[in-house]
Design a protein around this ligand. Structure first.
Ligand code: FDP
Length: 313
């Protein structure tokens, strides 16, 4: 269990964080063995949104569900399950999770992760999650990369923990992650350029303009294809991330899911001094209309996110 200031976190939330950490540590071991264990990247079906499910997606979902059941979670909403599950009818919390984010990177030894968002449970299972993102009481991600990391917020800054391979425990590495206001890197899947909206294209062209253009500085481009890895890089050294809406069928609201991807990342980024919008509107003022609904996401260094919002005006 990480060293979390008890003044920051209600006592009955500790078992939830504990279960997330224990399962994260277990998954980290499975991922580290890669092909020496079972075939983690094998296709095993489709989730409710039509995304292909890999063996590790399903395994991660089963492990988190089992670990969270005795931890005080009443409602469990997962990317891998069509409907909300009731784990403990007496539980105080509603937890939404993307058990394994960045599935396309499972087989290629690139950072993947787990993203979670926690609300106080409401009576109605679905209504527990379809509410303003600002009502989250905690959010975080576990990154499985060269290090296994936990970034978490309880609404008073973003904390960073590292899984210590010597002790098997998450230990505090930073009490206050802080995102620089200005950026030198931007991230967007550039293969979709022909589908972008005018403001998105205008922003990327500004970035490409470098010292000769209106920005007056060179910008580097990065795209990992794992939201967790991208978010961790930006929380560490600044930058901008965009997964906007585009003209492809099904991408009217981008690709990422509001409840268990967009909202928790927005909470973490804002708590680290950055900003997160759907292009214009702060994510934390928005709410999903359906459990697996998508939402465009722009986040990162505040100067850049503000510039993108201005281009949308
Ligand atoms: P994945 O589907 O591989 O789980 O969560 C969705 C996500 O990955 C993000 O992690 C990643 O940023 C994005 O999709 C990648 O999408 P593209 O393949 O369109 O680049």
């Amino acid at each position: 269990m990480p060293a979390i200031d008890p003044a920051l976190v209600p006592e009955d939330l500790f078992p939830v964080i504990d279960a997330l950490c224990a399962t994260g540590a277990q998954l980290s071991g499975v991922i580290a063995r890669g092909p020496l264990g079972q075939s983690l990247g094998a296709g095993v079906g489709e989730n409710s949104d039509g995304d292909q499910q890999k063996a590790l997606d399903v395994m991660a979902d089963e492990l988190f569900e089992a670990a969270l059941k005795p931890a005080g979670v009443r409602h469990y909403a997962s990317e891998e399950q069509e409907v909300v599950l009731t784990l403990d009818p007496e539980g105080a919390y509603a937890l939404a999770i993307d058990p394994l984010d960045g599935s396309s990177n499972i087989d290629v030894n690139v950072t993947i992760g787990t993203i979670f968002s926690i609300f106080q449970a409401a009576e109605d299972a679905t209504a527990s999650f379809l509410r303003p993102a600002s009502e989250q009481i905690a959010a975080g991600y576990i990154a499985y990369g060269p290090q296994t990391l936990l970034a978490v917020t309880f609404g008073a800054g973003t904390l960073l923990y590292v899984l210590d391979p010597e002790t098997g425990r998450f230990s505090l590495a930073s009490e206050a992650m802080s995102l620089p206001e200005a950026a030198r890197e931007y991230s967007i899947n550039a293969s979709n350029r022909r589908h972008w909206t005018a403001p998105v294209l205008a922003y990327v062209e500004e970035c490409e303009g470098g010292t000769q253009g209106s920005k007056g500085k060179d910008m580097n481009f990065r795209w990992v294809g794992s939201l967790v890895a991208e978010t961790h890089r930006i929380l560490t050294r600044g930058g901008t991330f965009l997964y906007p809406s585009d003209a492809r069928k099904g991408y009217e609201k981008g690709r990422l899911r509001m409840v268990y991807e967009v909202a928790p990342m927005a909470f973490l980024v804002e708590q680290a001094g950055g900003q997160a919008t759907d292009g214009k509107t702060p994510i934390l003022s928005l709410q999903a209309g359906a459990l697996h609904e998508r939402c465009p996401l722009v986040f990162g260094s505040s100067e850049e996110v503000a510039r993108i919002a201005a281009l949308h005006d």
